[in-house]
Design a protein. Structure first.
Length: 366
């Protein structure tokens, strides 16, 4: 293990989210010249990293520069560095991953691999305003995405002060979130903000997800007590905000935790979320266990407990419709990934064949 690392104050790394698992991975490294640091921001090919002593800009080692998104560092990653050059990314606790932007419904390689948004998170806050931004179906998609990544979700309903009685909104969300903490927040009420601040204990990392204008950047500013993130007005006619956050930077909070404010997401493209769908619709999964047929699709079959629950008004039809829509998307994604894997394999062998022909042709004319 690196002798220089032994002299560092352990608390300085722990406050950044370092734990025993990362320590164990680090000790497996044979190169004693490498030291750990955390990625706290990215600007194209420059990575802002923070170690136990200082923060600086780093670049990728040549062999890493052209690797895929699953290997390239993202905000929240722990990396091993030498002379301001990143040589390794330590295995992640988790990774917030979605289908690549613009890939929804497309059969592309980017759609198969997914886009890693952030890594090594303790909680993901789904931020939704109590204005035109309020959308239960979108929240279901966020929940499915987060569950599949193995991360704990929480829901923050901002702009509670614009509603005379915001409690019904909270009850609606609790009706589809099943045990997920839901917070009503007025960004000008310190008591409300303190409830959310409990998640920002030293060493904890939170990521914010939500559409533009939901109040993510304002939430960061209020929690930090200073203007860190730029904010913009929401269009009154469209109910939409502009993208004021354009990068995923880690913000260090006075409570000791860290927040990653993500740009507003225009589309929630799935990557591989069958497990996430089951977690986001637990009441439907529970009812499905009592259906007469094990392969029941919950659309027309006799003895379907799910359809019976809808008929008895114990389950909303809109909730079941959202479930079916997400399941169809997952089935399509599975078929697409299978076809894409075959296509990519054929393309690889075609490329190999062309190279072999080129070599043989070159030998022929020597």
């Amino acid at each position: 293990m690196n002798s220089e690392f032994n002299s560092w104050n352990d608390d300085s790394l722990v406050s950044l989210g370092w734990n025993q698992d990362f320590q164990n991975y680090f000790e497996l490294q044979e190169d004693n010249s490498l030291t750990p640091a955390r990625v706290i921001g990215i600007n194209k090919n420059l990575f802002q990293i923070r170690g136990p002593v200082q923060k600086c800009l780093a670049t990728l080692a040549g062999r890493m520069a052209h690797q895929g998104n699953g290997v390239r560092p993202v905000t929240g990653d722990w990396v091993l560095v030498r002379d301001k050059v990143i040589h390794h990314v330590l295995p992640r606790r988790n990774a917030l991953t979605r289908g690549a932007a613009g890939s929804r419904g497309k059969n592309t390689e980017a759609a198969q691999t997914g886009q890693v948004i952030a890594a090594n998170l303790d909680t993901v806050f789904i931020v939704c305003g109590l204005d035109r931004d309020f959308n239960l179906r979108r929240m279901e998609r966020y929940l499915s995405l987060i569950y599949n990544c193995g991360i704990n979700p929480a829901i923050v309903l901002t702009k509670a002060d614009i509603q005379q009685d915001p409690e019904p909104f909270k009850e609606e969300v609790e009706g589809i979130a099943f045990g997920v903490p839901v917070f009503l927040v007025s960004l000008y009420d310190r008591a409300c903000l303190d409830l959310v601040a409990d998640y920002l204990k030293p060493g904890k990392t939170i990521a914010l997800l939500g559409s533009s204008g939901a109040g993510k950047s304002t939430l960061v500013n209020r929690l930090s007590g200073r203007e860190i993130q730029a904010t913009s007005q929401v269009s009154q006619s469209l109910g939409k905000g502009r993208h004021t956050t354009t990068s995923r930077d880690m913000v260090f909070m006075p409570q000791g935790g860290m927040v990653i404010d993500n740009p507003g997401i225009r589309e929630i493209a799935f990557w591989d979320t069958q497990n996430g769908v089951r977690s986001a619709f637990p009441e439907i999964e529970a009812l499905a266990g009592g259906c007469r047929f094990t392969d029941c699709t919950h659309t027309h079959e006799p003895g379907c407990r799910v359809l019976e629950a809808v008929a008895d008004q114990k389950l909303g039809q809109d909730r079941l419709d959202a479930y079916h829509k997400m399941k169809r998307e997952m089935d399509f994604l599975g078929q697409r990934q299978e076809k894409s894997a075959d296509r990519l394999e054929k393309e690889r062998w075609k490329e190999v064949s062309l190279k072999v022909r080129g070599i043989k042709k070159g030998r022929k004319y020597r």
